[in-house]
Design a protein around this ligand. Sequence first.
Ligand code: CTP
Ligand code: MG
Length: 225
Amino acid sequence: MGINGQFLSAIIPAAGSGDRLGASIPKALVVINGKTLIQRAVESILPHVDEIIIAAPKEFEREISALFTDNKKIKVISGGEVRSKSVAAALSQVNKNADYILVHDAARCFSTQAQTMRVIGALLAGDDAVVPGIEVVDTIKVIDSKSFAESTPSRSTLRAVQTPQGFSAQILHRAHQSGNDATDDAALVEALGIAVRVVPGEPNAHKVTTPADLEWAKRLAETNE
Ligand code: CTP
Ligand code: MG
């Protein structure tokens, strides 16, 4: 059992095709300085959890399993059509005794173990839902359907949120019962009226989405590794 006798599980949705990146292979298998995005995402979590369920792109399950053959903590399953479906598919395979579940995007390949520990720390201190977030530098507008600005939220009240996001197991299961799609799991938990704690995130936990992000990630890896 993991930290403080609690069973910690993690889900890594990695089943996206990476349309905006435009590579010829699924994004999770793109290599940065000798290591795939999915391997990097796993490394930031593995030492701190009891199991990891990876949702792989259809037809790439074996390729992803082959990256982790030596690791009994890791299980690879087939993902779904949208992110929430991939998370839900992985959730159905999580150990029934799990106390807490982390959900971490494969595309956030430079999120650190320290980030994982900040999220776990807040869970163990009593929060039911925890997300890392960073201050935003741009002014953000809410727009209407015709692209006219509707309002300007005060920047001090805004956070750009990242992963890993952490939840009490029972709450994440409840959140996914709705079957709704959302760009992050915390949104489904908020919809239940449950408080979501925001802890400090990391600029480098940025999600690799576009070709420019990939260039950034390659430069960062070459500089630091
Ligand atoms: N994801 C998933 N299943 C899907 C779609 C996305 O598991 N059907 C995962 C991605 O693999 C990624 C994370 O959710 O790790 C965040 O999604 P995103 O960055 O949007 O990745 P893609 O959906 O692959 O990229 P795009 O939207 O550009 O196609
Ligand atoms: Mg996507």
